[in-house]
Design a protein around this ligand. Structure first.
Ligand code: NAD
Length: 256
């Protein structure tokens, strides 16, 4: 018996990183999974490997959302879960951030999450779940990621309001707030053919050894397990909440 037997879950940004691990774990737990992304080749390959469904979905596009929901329901007949995982990060001091850069981050992270809830919730079965991907920077500040942090704070607002508005249908809405997780987002060298991801990985390891109480960067599989908890019956009385998964980073500073 899998924890998600008989359920259909759509995961955005699922071609790689945390979304990929969520798709893999949910499938292993018995769910039918809709792998949604703008990285069509990677997304299609993953869906094929998992015997899942791939849909091209730019989360900032209303039409893409409508088409994704229609395709998922045509294929599986029902939809029982959404993981709003797609996101982008840009580094800049607030005073140096061009408006179009700020708006690009808002469009994917914040508008994408809003459109996901607005389009998918009416199509979900009663008792379904929504997991939004916020961040450590949704609950505290971090210099140089102002646009990103603003959108991640907004995602917690959307999570709480959606939880209140959908509770009468027993649809639960929660958010994961990862700290530093080892994906292309936190280690862009993984995507740069000229960079050495191992070298960058070692530099990041050293940084997180000092910053994070548990002394290491997190793994996308660990975030996937939290998303599974929030999607499965194990969390049946939990809604409207942010769940920090950060190796203790937010607990405070150590002076020892
Ligand atoms: P990633 O860059 O590997 O994955 C992001 C995925 O989102 C990619 O597959 C990308 O193609 C997809 N995506 C980007 N724009 C999209 C769009 N417009 N429509 C659909 N898909 C789009 O990074 P990740 O770490 O796996 O990120 C997943 C989520 O976790 C993001 O929301 C990110 O903000 C959040 N997060 C990551 C970290 C971290 O340290 N890696 C920490 C906190 C929160």
């Amino acid at each position: 018996m899998g924890k998600l037997d008989g359920r259909v879950v759509l995961v955005t940004g699922a071609a790689r990183g945390q979304g990929e691990q969520e798709a893999r774990l949910f499938r292993a737990e018995g769910a039918d999974v809709v792998v949604a992304d703008v990285l069509d080749d990677q997304g299609r390959a993953l869906a094929e490997e998992l015997d899942a469904l791939y849909v091209h979905l730019d989360v900032g596009e209303e039409d893409d959302w409508r088409a994704a929901v229609d395709t998922a329901r045509e294929r599986y007949g029902h939809l029982d879960g959404l993981v709003n995982n797609a996101g982008i990060l840009r580094f800049n001091a607030l005073v140096d951030t061009p408006l179009d850069e700020f708006m690009r981050v808002v469009r994917v992270n914040q508008v994408g999450c809003f459109l996901g809830i607005r389009t998918v919730a009416p199509a979900l079965e009663d008792g379904a779940t929504i997991v939004n991907t916020a961040s450590y920077t949704a609950v505290t500040g971090m210099a140089a990621v102002g646009a990103y942090a603003a959108t991640k704070h907004a995602i917690l607002g959307l999570t709480r309001v959606a939880a209140l508005e959908l509770a009468h249908r027993r649809i639960r809405v929660n958010a994961v707030c990862p700290g530093a997780i080892d994906t292309a987002m936190s280690n862009p060298a993984r995507l740069d053919p000229d960079a050495d991801p191992e070298e960058m990985g070692r530099a990041l390891e050293e940084l997180y050894r000092k910053l994070v109480p548990l002394g290491r960067v997190g793994r996308p599989e660990e975030v996937a397990r939290l998303a599974l908890f929030l999607t499965a019956e194990d969390s049946s009385y939990v809604t409207g909440q942010p769940f920090v998964i950060d190796g203790g980073w937010l607990a405070g500073v150590s002076i020892l």
